[in-house]
Design a protein around this ligand. Structure first.
Ligand code: HEC
Length: 167
């Protein structure tokens, strides 16, 4: 094989490998890289159920629990969230039980918001991430991350946070 033919073969092989690389979300917008350690022991803010048939079912359907670390908890009072505030949306499928009640099923995914006004300035001062069940890598693309921020920014007066603290 001549050298230029070999090079051509190599370029073809490299091009064939490209779709696999492109499949990984290529995010230029920064977001939290990890599932916050110990969040299950933080303060439980509320739970909610998005049933099948709801417009948001595909993305957020199931039973969710929202947790706040101490810094985020302070923000629920006045809508001002200090850097270091972290909120977690922990989403589960539901399961019908034999006696007709509804139980928590397997986890679907974990959504995370971390407040850092400077680092996450491009997404309103909150960094957004999503971890599929059993996966420790954030799976959001830039487009999806912008989608999180766009919807949450509609709650500007509440610090871009939807859930509310109720005693
Ligand atoms: C179309 C609007 C919308 C989009 C898009 C959206 N969210 Fe939310 N998010 C909500 C609503 C509404 C709640 C409150 C649910 C409740 O009160 O039970 C919420 C709650 C949360 C919470 C708990 C804190 C809070 O605001 O109450 C986190 C964390 C969160 N979302 C992360 C994300 C991430 C990450 C994405 C992108 C993958 C995302 N969200 C996309 C509407 C949205």
């Amino acid at each position: 094989m001549r050298a230029d033919t070999r090079l051509f073969a190599w370029v073809l092989a490299a091009a064939a490998a490209l779709p696999a690389l492109a499949a990984a979300p290529e995010s230029k917008l920064p977001g939290p890289a990890e599932i916050p350690a110990g969040y299950r022991h933080w303060t439980h803010v509320k739970s909610g159920l998005i049933p099948p048939g709801h417009a948001a079912y595909a993305s957020f359907g199931g039973l969710h629990h929202i947790y706040a670390n101490d810094r985020a908890l302070a923000g629920y009072r006045d809508g001002r969230y200090a850097d270091g505030a972290v909120l977690v949306y922990d989403l589960f499928d539901t399961r019908d039980t034999a006696d007709g009640s509804l139980d928590q099923g397997p986890r679907r995914h974990i959504d995370v918001m971390v407040r850092d006004a400077r680092r996450y300035a491009a997404t309103g001062g909150w960094g957004y991430a999503e971890f599929a069940a059993g996966d420790t890598r954030d799976r959001l693309s830039d487009r999806q991350r912008n989608g999180c921020a766009a919807c949450h920014r509609s709650r500007e007066a509440q610090g871009q946070v939807f859930s509310e603290w109720k005693d």
